[in-house]
Design a protein around this ligand. Structure first.
Ligand code: RIB
Ligand code: CA
Length: 304
């Protein structure tokens, strides 16, 4: 049983990733969900997280509130055009009153769990990396308690989705992304090319929808989305990170060095390249067969 902590900015594809993990509690034990602003403001991300857990979790999972803005400066990017005003597509989530959050902020709660755990824990980071950067900055020694970190972000070839050069999670907090990439953590990166090459369409979702109990919620979140970064359908980027955690043998892993452009004056600010070579300090993973990964994501998110 893998103990994991999920750091997310729920968001539509984050919701898919969380649902995939919740439907595989026999494989992974979710010790904590920590939230970070990104796709939507932190209040919405927290509300959405509680909503998904209340509807899909079979046991209590702690939620910690994280960063509402990047390490330095104010929040500039917002993805409501893709993820909807509230962050869950067409679903209007009512305020989750009496929602309970940890007393500690995200990075302190993650630190507490890691330092008290007898075994190393895997982190899965599918939003901006602000919380993870704060964790390492405040508690650098904690890196040794992290088995690995699976990150959705960046790209292999320097392409972007929020600009032609920068991927959203890294662009939202470039300083955080750079400091995590250079932290010495064992990083497994899921780049945007993965989901870009297998966008999901409404008819595929409807054909996979066997989860009668949650059908209406799932249809409202995942149907009729407009994802401008792919020619058709929706790119479920975070679902690829969850799929790697649950079924790593569906992917090929390559050694690389992840390079991030942090020159604020450069139009390519936030651009990420994976320099693939045998002595690479990081790892990047890509599907061995895109259709198999897509089928797994569809079945695990929308299946009964
Ligand atoms: O670029 C894709 C990433 O940005 C995904 O994590 C999506 O949820 C958004 O956060
Ligand atoms: Ca996300």
């Amino acid at each position: 049983m893998k103990n994991i902590i999920l750091d997310c900015d729920i968001g539509v594809d984050d919701a898919s990733a969380l649902i995939m993990l919740l439907k595989n509690q026999q494989k992974v034990r979710l010790s904590l969900v920590s939230t970070v602003a990104g796709n939507s403001k932190i209040e919405n991300v927290c509300n959405n997280t509680i909503f998904i857990l209340r509807n899909f979790a079979t046991r209590w999972v702690s939620v910690a509130v994280g960063a509402s803005k990047p390490l330095y400066g104010e929040r500039k990017l917002d993805a409501s055009d893709v993820h909807g005003e509230g962050g869950l597509g067409g679903l209007k989530v009512e305020k989750q009153s009496d929602a309970k959050f940890t007393t500690e902020v995200a990075e302190e709660k993650i630190y507490k769990i890691l330092s008290s755990s007898k075994r190393k824990i895997t982190l899965v980071a599918i939003g901006p990396l602000t919380n993870i950067a704060l964790l390492i900055k405040k508690h650098p020694e904690i890196v040794k308690k992290i088995a690995k970190i699976i990150i959705m972000g960046g790209s292999i070839s320097g392409i972007g989705n929020i600009t032609p050069f920068a991927e959203y999670n890294f662009a939202w907090d470039v300083d955080a992304a750079k400091s995590v990439v250079e932290s010495g953590l064992k990083i497994y990166l899921s780049p945007i090319e993965n989901a870009n090459n297998m966008p999901v369409c409404d008819d595929e979702i409807l054909a996979s929808l066997k989860d009668a109990e949650h059908a209406e919620i799932l249809k409202k979140i995942f149907l009729n989305l407009q994802d401008g970064s792919v020619p058709f359908g929706f790119a479920l980027h975070d679902s690829c990170a969850a799929a790697f955690l649950l079924k790593p043998n569906l992917f090929k892993t390559l050694k690389c060095d992840i390079k991030i452009n942090d020159d604020k004056k450069d139009k390519r600010y936030g651009q990420c390249f994976c320099e693939i070579h045998k002595k690479g300090k990081n790892l990047v993973f890509v599907p061995k067969n895109y259709q198999k990964v897509k089928n797994f994501i569809l079945k695990t998110t929308f299946g009964g």
